[in-house]
Design a protein. Structure first.
Length: 449
């Protein structure tokens, strides 16, 4: 038997099954541009294949358990306002969108106190002028060909849309909550987010992937599900976006996300990414600098245990002079977990006088935990300031001894060091309530170490 051929055929059949599910999911918004976008994505999916471990970009992330699921498109489940309120940040009480299993829930959302010049909603809430311009943004920045992103577009029925007009500065954050509710069958959930920040605008965005707890009455059975998300953020000249992406999916779920950021001249983008949940998670963050004096700051924290796998891929393209990017990504791994970090920074010949730093720091709490890290700099410009590196360590015995000599027991000393390691990233989150809640999550997980 030709095993590779059998496996290839099986994956092709599985991909066709997913594509059929996407095509059966009729768009909620009946618009020509949306039908055209879906049609082109279907053609793209038919040219692609599902990733396998022999693929260089996926060789440390095994998706075989995902491919065993008989997925169907997730449907909206009844969720009470009280449940949603548990997720909404106090700072965002007047400006949040809620999507349940990928579908917009207007009755659970609140955009009552938005500033003038800001549009927050789904595709049907766009003005006529915005609808005419949406074709220039939605699905136009997906970057390199990617099977899962194309699947998301092939099944695109609606999307969270945030449109910030020229020179509008938002004092309060906007939150987009993607809530997954388990059902009796394995579900395919495909969230979509589009953010357009016009010239001189500024905003803080919270993109939150959460789920009902196992104790919730809304969970009929603890069935696995697959969240396949795409986020597009477009910054015009001198726009500022602080993007906080939180992933806390259910422990038996799968999460694959792609964020594509395009920046024009003088724009500033910051991403604070926190990964805590899912059995297998993968986030690909791609940043394209399309103008001079553009700045991108990437801060990431992954904390996993047991048999979890968390994969972070980033690619920053500094295509013009005076570009700046700074990246710090930390991983804390316990049990039999596996972390993956692959960060690429491209500095081509035109990108003179750029500055780029990249550091991946990893803390292994168990002898069975593993990290595969690969920071990369690809430089052809000759007048730049760039550096990159990675560290892998365990809790240092001398630091534990020092803390114990000051009166702490061994357990408290370990927790203190772990919490301090995570705090360097958490302290960069600009929202106090979010920072505090995530700190509590880290503390709760370290007490189990």
């Amino acid at each position: 038997m030709n095993t590779p051929t059998v496996q290839t055929n099986r994956l092709e059949n599985y991909l066709n099954h997913l594509l059929e599910q996407c095509q059966a999911n009729s768009p909620l918004i009946d618009a020509d541009y949306l039908h055209t976008l879906r049609k082109n994505a279907v053609s793209q999916v038919q040219e692609l294949t599902l990733p396998k471990k022999k693929d260089e970009e996926w060789r440390f992330t095994d998706l075989s358990k995902l491919y065993e699921l008989d997925l169907t498109i997730g449907k909206t489940e009844a969720v009470s306002k009280n449940i949603v309120d548990q997720f909404i940040l106090p700072e965002a009480k007047q400006s949040y969108l809620v999507f349940v299993n990928g579908e917009y829930a207007s009755e659970l959302s609140n955009v009552s106190a938005l500033s003038e010049g800001v549009s927050v909603g789904n595709l049907s809430h766009l003005s006529d002028a915005q609808t005419e311009k949406i074709v220039n943004y939605l699905g136009k920045s997906e970057g390199e060909k990617d099977t899962f992103s194309a699947l998301n577009t092939a099944g695109l029925s609606d999307a969270a849309v945030i449109w910030i007009n020229k020179n509008v500065v938002l004092e309060t954050p906007i939150m987009v909550l993607f809530l997954a509710v388990s059902s009796e069958t394995a579900s395919l959930i495909q969230p979509r987010t589009l953010v357009i920040a016009e010239t001189g605008s500024s905003a803080t965005l919270v993109e939150y992937y959460g789920t009902m707890t196992e104790q919730s009455l809304y969970v009929k059975q603890n069935e696995p599900y697959f969240t396949n998300s795409v986020t597009e953020i477009c910054l015009d000249g001198n726009a500022h976006i602080n993007h906080n992406r939180i992933q806390r999916e259910l422990g038996n779920s799968f999460h694959i996300g792609r964020s594509i950021i395009t920046q024009n001249q003088d724009s500033h983008y910051t991403c604070n990414e926190i990964n805590l949940g899912a059995k297998v998670s993968r986030h690909t963050l791609q940043i394209i600098q399309n103008g001079t004096q553009t700045e991108s700051n990437l801060n990431g924290l992954t904390m996993i245990g047991n048999e979890q796998v968390a994969d972070t891929h980033t690619a920053v393209c500094l295509n013009h002079p005076h570009g700046v990017t700074h990246q710090l990504h930390k991983c804390i791994m316990d049990g039999n977990s596996r972390g993956v970090f692959n960060g690429k920074i491209f500095v081509p010949k035109p990108a003179q006088l750029t500055s780029a730093t990249q550091l991946n720091r990893n803390l292994l709490l168990s002898p069975k935990a593993r990290i595969n890290t690969k920071p990369e700099l690809q430089i052809t410009a000759d007048n730049v300031k760039c550096s990159h590196g990675a560290t892998i360590s365990q809790l240092e015995a001398d630091k534990l001894f020092y803390l114990q000599s000051r009166g702490l027991n061994e357990s408290d000393a370990r927790h203190l060091l772990i919490d301090a390691f995570a705090a360097e990233i958490l302290e960069r989150i600009p929202l106090d309530s979010l920072q505090q809640s995530l700190t509590k999550c880290v503390v709760a997980q370290t007490t189990e170490v």
